[in-house]
Design a protein around this ligand. Structure first.
Ligand code: PEP
Length: 251
C-alpha cells in the first residue's frame, strides 16, 4: 500500500498571522480525514506559526526549500537541521520555480534531497517537463533522467522518506491541468525510473504525486488514477474550502 500525500505549496504567500488564521480554520475541516497525509509547505518565516497552529491536528508542516550544507557561509539559506528543530516534517525540493528562477540544477536538487533525507525529513522531489520538451517527445526521457539524478545516493531504505511529485511545468499556476491520463502516464514514467534503479517491488511502494493546477473540481479524477498517489497543490491550497475538498477526494 502506498501512502497518499496531499500537500499544499504556498509559494510566497501568507504572513505568519495569516498562517495562524488559515490553519486554525482548516484544522476542524480536515479533522478525521486520515486516509492521507495532509501537509502544508509554507514560507520559512511562517514555519513557527504553522507548527504551533498545527499542534494536536492531523496537519503536518513542510518547508519549500532546504540547503544542502549543515551550516556555513550561505546567506539566506536554511539547513535541514534547522527545519527539523523547528518541527518540520516535509520539504519541497527542486520545484520548477526554483529551477527556473533560482538556478536550481539536477545536481543541487540531488544534494538538497540527500541533506533532507539524511536529517530525517521527507523530501517532496519535483520533476517535470516544459511544454517545448513535451512537444519534442522528451517527456519520458526527461522524467526518468530527473528522477534518477534527484535520487542518486538515496538508499532503498531511505525511499520511505521520498515523495516524487510529477509536475508538468506547463500546468503549474497556469490553470491548464494535465488530463488524468497524462498525469497517470507521467507518474508511471517516474515509477518506471525508480523501478530501473531499485526494482519494481520497491517502486510500487513509493508515493508519486501529481501537481499542476489540481483543484477541487479535478482532484477526484486525477486521484482515481493508479499511479497518482496524491497531489502537490499551489493555488488551491490557499483556500481552506478548496484544499479541504481535495483532501476529501483523497479520502
Ligand atoms: C505547485 O506550486 O507545485 C503547483 C502545482 O501550483 P498550482 O497548483 O497553482 O498549479
Amino acid at each position: 500500500m502506498r501512502k497518499t500525500v496531499i500537500a499544499g505549496n504556498w509559494k510566497m504567500n501568507m504572513t505568519p498571522a495569516e498562517t495562524k488564521a488559515f490553519i486554525t480554520e482548516l484544522a476542524p475541516m480536515v479533522a478525521g480525514l486520515d486516509k492521507c497525509d495532509i501537509v502544508l509547505c509554507v514560507p520559512a518565516i511562517d514555519i513557527p506559526a504553522a507548527v504551533e497552529a498545527a499542534k494536536g491536528t492531523n496537519i503536518k508542516i513542510g518547508a519549500e526549500n532546504v540547503h544542502f550544507k549543515e551550516s556555513g557561509a550561505y546567506t539566506g539559506e536554511i539547513s535541514a537541521k534547522m527545519l527539523v528543530e523547528a518541527g518540520v516534517d516535509y520539504v519541497v525540493v527542486g520545484h520548477s520555480e526554483r529551477r527556473q528562477y533560482f538556478g536550481e540544477t539536477d545536481q543541487t536538487v540531488n544534494l538538497r534531497t540527500l541533506a533532507a533525507v539524511n536529517a530525517g525529513l521527507t523530501a517532496i522531489v519535483c520533476v517535470g517537463e516544459t511544454l517545448e520538451q513535451r512537444n519534442l517527445g522528451y517527456t519520458e526521457t526527461l522524467l526518468k533522467y530527473q528522477t534518477k539524478m534527484a535520487l542518486t545516493g538515496i538508499t532503498k531504505d531511505q525511499l520511505k522518506n521520498i515523495v516524487v511529485a510529477y509536475e508538468p511545468v506547463w500546468a503549474i499556476g497556469t490553470g491548464v491541468t494535465a488530463t488524468a491520463d497524462q498525469a497517470d502516464e507521467g507518474n508511471g514514467f517516474v515509477r518506471a525510473a525508480i523501478a530501473e534503479v531499485y526494482g519494481a517491488d520497491v517502486a510500487e511502494t513509493v508515493t508519486v504525486q501529481y501537481g499542476g493546477s489540481m483543484n477541487d473540481g479535478n482532484a477526484a479524477e486525477l486521484l482515481s488514477k493508479v499511479n497518482v498517489d496524491g497531489g502537490l497543490i499551489g493555488g488551491a491550497s490557499l483556500k481552506t474550502d478548496k484544499f479541504t475538498a481535495i483532501v476529501k477526494a483523497a479520502n
